[in-house]
Design a protein around this ligand. Structure first.
Ligand SMILES: [Zn+2]
Length: 380
């Protein structure tokens, strides 16, 4: 089990390190994650930084296909751990706040809203029955973009037009100047333009590698085609950066290709006593009916023996999966039972998540393939 290296070696440690490279000190030592186990993450000073965030680019999959990404493979760097679960909403929030999942509360893709009996989809920002969720209530911590702006830096995010103004964007990217750009050409151009105009902190996002990995698996023809696009994009980003800039390339998580699927909605042992099935295929939050927690834990543990780590909420918290501590207010968002496959198993729920159930590639767990993401560096 690869418990994320919070406190120096995880994505949550990157935002403070990027701000420090720009001369902006970490704010409140109480909320800084550097109080964790490892040495703090230190990056060389730069006049401007560009963070190229490639959705789904695991360090292991990059290494396995280095010949398709010769530019990235030639860059200096190291690996970081994504955080738990290894999923986009959680990692984007860690990158947006510099906090561990246990501190920021974005603890998975679909989470129970305690006391309501509802599941909240943190990616699509949707609740049933037309209910809505205030992004600042769900994720109240200040963002690194707000801190950068307060320090007098222009912080820019270059990403798809469809994500501008969404609930997730408001929760994790508050305070950033969002620049919508949909093609690779346009994104590269907007990054260079922003930096020429003085932006010191620019993030640019690319999502299609992850999408290809989900649909056809990492290592597939389409995934390799996307990897080549990412490699070319990185090279073009570096080529146009003003002198004194640093480009960092990282990812929100890696991926595994599923070789087995268990339908958690049709196996009686997995439905008995379960009120809500949250999380996602490789990091399930299982919310039990009142008084059924222990029975659900035992049934899931028995059914998934040899395939998944199955623990109680308390065990997950005490084992540091979400970080050194979990805010009291977020405890109810964690399942009574947390089930995390370590084989290439996907725990699917086809009636609620039809498309996800048909995927080839998945992520969320604490295997190296999902946790290890690159942190590569190029300087101008
Ligand atoms: Zn994904």
């Amino acid at each position: 089990m690869l418990v994320p290296g919070y406190g120096g070696g995880s994505l949550a440690d990157l935002p403070d390190a990027l701000l420090a490279a720009l001369g902006v000190r970490a704010p409140d030592p109480d909320t800084a994650t550097s109080s964790g186990a490892g040495p703090p993450l230190v990056l060389e000073p730069a006049d401007r930084v560009c963070l190229f965030l490639v959705d789904g680019l695991g360090a292991e999959s990059l290494k396995a296909h280095a010949e398709t990404a010769p530019f990235l493979s030639g860059l200096a760097g190291r690996t970081l751990t994504a955080g738990f679960p290894a999923t986009t909403v959680t990692s984007l929030c860690s990158l947006g706040t510099g906090l561990t999942p246990g501190e920021h509360g974005m603890l998975g893709l679909t989470l129970a809203v305690p006391g309501t009996g509802h599941l909240f989809n943190c990616l699509r920002w949707t609740l049933p029955d037309g209910l809505t969720m205030d992004p600042e209530l769900w994720q109240p911590a200040p963002t690194v973009y707000q801190r950068a702006t307060r320090a007098g830096l222009d912080a820019v995010y270059v990403g798809p037009a469809e994500f501008e103004g969404t609930g997730l964007t408001k929760a994790v990217y508050r305070g950033v100047r969002y620049v919508a750009a949909d093609t690779v050409d346009d994104r590269v151009a907007r990054v260079h333009e922003s930096m020429r105009q003085g932006a010191a902190h620019v993030t640019v996002y690319y999502g299609d590698l992850d999408a290809a990995g989900h649909m056809t698996g990492w290592g597939s023809q389409e995934w390799l085609r996307q990897l080549a696009i990412v490699d070319d994009m990185a090279q073009r980003l570096v080529a146009g950066l003003p002198p004194g800039s640093a480009l960092y390339v990282t990812a929100d998580h890696g991926m595994v290709n599923a070789t087995e699927k268990i339908d958690a909605e049709s196996v009686p042992e997995l439905t008995q006593g379960v009120a809500l099935l949250g999380g996602e295929a490789r990091a399930r939050h299982v919310y039990a009916e009142p008084g059924a927690g222990q029975d659900v834990l035992e049934a899931w543990r028995e059914t998934l023996r040899g395939k998944a780590w199955v623990v109680s909420r308390r065990e997950a918290v005490e084992s540091g999966w979400f970080g050194p501590r979990v805010r009291e207010a977020w405890l109810g968002r964690i399942g009574d039972v947390v089930a995390v496959p370590y084989t290439d198993l996907a725990i699917i729920a086809p009636s609620r998540h039809r498309v996800e159930a048909m995927f080839t590639g998945y992520h969320g767990s604490m295997t190296a393939a999902e946790q290890h993401v690159p942190l590569l560096q190029a300087r101008t």
